[in-house]
Design a protein around this ligand. Structure first.
Ligand SMILES: *[C@@H]1O[C@H](CO)[C@@H](O)[C@H](O)[C@H]1NC(C)=O
Ligand SMILES: *[C@@H]1O[C@H](CO)[C@@H](O)[C@H](O)[C@H]1NC(C)=O
Ligand SMILES: *[C@@H]1O[C@H](CO)[C@@H](O)[C@H](O)[C@H]1NC(C)=O
Length: 435
């Protein structure tokens, strides 16, 4: 009796030990969490931890970027850095090209023989170079959609080595860029592969430089204070693939990694802006259409679209007089002429009509206008000149305090064009972990 009791007690202890060990090793996050800080340079910046030992690495978010790249030239120390060897599975995941790199300097991260390469690009100043593909440990916080949960790491996270001159024009302290584009090695694709969650991420940029916004990689919910679940409020629109790459360096036949949506018309105060609708479609050369970008601080419109929007808006604003322009904007007004609403300066909304007239991305004053100083408000759109590659580039100011969910598997965008109407903001995620 006594023996069997102690035996079962022992089994019970063993069971407890085993089950806690299994729980610890099989912790599968539902999603990852990346706080995003708005820098005074208007870049949106994430910080993750990389290398062994782990160090914080700040990266400018490039929504349509192909991959993560970091400066390997300066202060890259890690015992787990591994260059991707030619013809390895990592190289074939990273690129269709089978070119094999050599480096004629002493070996170091970014300089190894028999490695495959890619072209890291600074999409803020439009500068690209070549760099070695490599992997290293990356650690980020997980989330249950309400709070941060424990940090998790990906042991062999692929990235590309950039060099120090590629950091020109990036915010202070930033040592690379984080690409969330439509490729097999962008951040969301690698996170999805590592933790087997859906190839999906959601981005919510803060309008304030004081309080961060958030990127969720993986599944919802997306819960913001005061206890608002935004998952059910999303409107969906198809994402389009541009058949021609929009990257700085690319090879023939390569598709764009950027996210395009189908804007069919623009309506202001129920007046349709007269536009050449050919510009709204992506042609066979990859020219035209509408994309979303975090590296453009403001929306850029092809010149004829810009002029037409400005004209319709000016007509709708009636007697409100203009004040001298403040660069980079043209249409500026005395701020006292606008009432203040929950959705920003009281302004006619600018509606982007998507797949049908019921699917509307509605831009209210908080996203259309930019406060230059206490007295001056300007329309936050800029003239992109004639024949730009993409006719409408929806920039960072226009997606602040909106929630955008990119689903790569189903190729659709879920969006809420302003969280202000839902009584919250992108800086209202509860970053306090449960004790
Ligand atoms: C790569 O190989 C070349 C030729 O064998 C050699 O000169 C060079 O030092 C090697 N570079 C590295 C980084 O090992
Ligand atoms: C509309 O835009 C297309 C593409 O730029 C151009 O070829 C065409 O001439 C334009 N049509 C008009 C009426 O301006
Ligand atoms: C944020 O989450 C923490 C941990 O669950 C909780 O204790 C705290 O009350 C939450 N904050 C607010 C403002 O609800």
């Amino acid at each position: 009796m006594g023996a069997s009791t102690s035996l079962s007690f022992f089994s019970f202890i063993l069971f407890l030990l085993l089950s806690t060990a299994i729980a610890a090793t099989s912790f599968r996050p539902k999603a990852l969490l990346l706080p995003v800080t708005k820098d005074p340079s208007l870049q949106h910046i994430i910080q993750l931890r990389q290398r062994t030992p782990l160090v914080p690495v700040k990266l400018t978010v490039d929504l349509g970027g192909q991959f993560m790249w970091v400066d390997c030239n300066r202060a890259y120390f890690s015992s787990t850095y591994k260059p991707a060897r030619c013809r390895s599975s990592q190289c074939s995941l990273a690129s269709k090209s089978t070119s094999c790199g050599q480096c004629f300097s002493p070996p170091r991260p970014g300089c190894n023989n028999n490695t495959c390469g890619l072209f890291p690009g600074n999409t803020i100043i439009h500068l690209s170079t070549s760099g070695e593909v490599a992997s290293d440990v990356v650690s980020v916080s997980s989330t249950n959609g309400f709070n941060p949960t424990s940090p998790v790491s990906v042991p062999n996270f692929l990235f590309v080595c950039g060099t120090t001159f590629l950091l020109d024009g990036l915010a202070g302290g930033v040592t690379g860029m984080a690409g969330f584009g439509r490729t097999g090695i962008s951040l969301p694709s690698q996170f999805a592969a590592a933790f087997s969650f859906n190839r999906k991420f959601a981005i919510c940029l803060s309008s304030s430089t004081k309080f961060p916004g958030v990127i969720f990689s993986g599944n919802g919910p997306y819960n913001f204070l005061p206890n608002i679940d935004l998952t059910k409020s999303l409107t969906y629109t198809p994402l389009f693939i541009n058949p021609v790459s929009t990257a700085g360096v690319f090879s023939a036949g390569e598709k764009s990694a950027e996210y395009f949506i189908g804007v069919k018309s623009i309506v202001i105060n129920s007046k349709t802006v007269p536009l050449n609708t050919t510009l709204l479609k992506i042609n066979s050369k990859g020219i035209g259409g509408t994309k979303i970008s975090t590296v453009n601080p403001y929306t850029v419109l092809e010149s004829s679209i810009y002029k037409a929007v400005l004209k319709t808006l000016t007509t709708e604003l009636g007697k409100i007089p203009r004040v001298p322009a403040v660069a980079p904007f043209e249409a500026c007004f005395n701020a006292n002429n606008f009432g203040s609403t929950r959705l920003g300066p009281g302004m006619p909304s600018i509606d982007l009509i998507l797949q049908n007239k019921n699917v509307i991305w509605r831009i209210f004053g908080a996203n259309s206008m930019v406060q230059m100083n206490e007295k001056v408000l300007c329309l936050g759109f800029v003239d992109g000149g004639v024949e730009p590659r993409t006719s409408i580039v929806i920039g960072a100011h226009q997606i602040e305090d909106t929630l955008l969910e990119f689903d790569l598997a189903t190729s659709r965008l879920g969006f809420i064009s302003t969280l202000l109407g839902r009584m919250t903001t992108c800086s209202n995620f509860n970053f306090t972990a449960k004790p």
